[in-house]
Design a protein around this ligand. Structure first.
Ligand code: BEZ
Length: 212
């Protein structure tokens, strides 16, 4: 198992899921993907996370992002757990959960951190671009549920900065001012960003979101 780093090609796999056998690349198609792991079925934090993910699916769809979750229990267990998630979180789980009983995908993506837990996966997140390269890696401990607003925010930033020569500042939210890429001289930036460039320092130039 090699360490996966930003910019690496996301490893492909075929796995049993709550929606049958799926090939990851086929499932993603030409769009973006998010793969996230859960320590185990029938655990409280994971139940809230998967319910939240289901409620956010429309937002991920809008951004052309397909979700795939993973837990190291089997498909039969996932089906029973999904009933509980739907009931307790008042939603319908509407994306596949990998049944990673043999830890094949967990190992491929280094989701088991033995010094945290020998057998359960940590809460990993991988965001994968249409070029199948890894754009973001997050690792949370089992005790901390993830923030799905943050995942959407990162996807907004990744999709904006993939197409425009900008970066997004701390706590940026969609529609707010962005940073001009350091590689662009200010004269050139003023030609590219017709809504204006504010030069706070030669290396810190702000411009309105070019897409709004
Ligand atoms: C949970 O999802 O609630 C959880 C799982 C493993 C350890 C602690 C919490």
């Amino acid at each position: 198992m090699a360490t996966i780093r930003l910019g690496d090609v996301a490893p492909d796999f075929t796995a049993e899921t709550s929606q049958g056998s799926l090939n990851f690349y086929d499932y993603l198609g030409d769009g973006w993907g998010i793969l996230f792991s859960h320590p185990a079925d029938f655990t409280p934090v994971c139940t809230t996370e998967l319910g939240t993910a289901a409620k956010f699916k429309a937002e991920f769809d809008k951004r052309n992002v397909k979700m795939m979750a993973l837990s190291v229990d089997g498909a039969a267990s996932h089906h029973e757990w999904i009933k509980d998630i739907n009931e307790t979180q008042n939603t319908v789980v509407n994306f596949p959960i990998i049944a990673d009983e043999d830890r094949k995908v967990s190992d491929l993506y280094d989701m088991i951190h033995p010094n945290a837990d020998d057998t359960l996966t940590v809460r990993s997140v991988f965001i994968i671009g249409p070029d199948k390269r890894v754009k973001l890696i997050l690792t949370y401990p089992a005790s901390t549920g993830r923030n799905f607003y943050e995942l959407l925010r990162v996807i907004d930033s990744l999709q904006l900065t993939a197409h425009h020569k900008v970066a997004t500042p701390a706590n940026w939210k969609n529609g707010e001012k962005v940073v001009v890429s350091p590689s662009i001289p200010t004269d050139e930036a003023k030609e590219i960003f017709t809504k204006g460039v504010e030069e706070i320092k030669p290396y810190l130039r702000m411009t309105p979101d070019p897409t709004t």
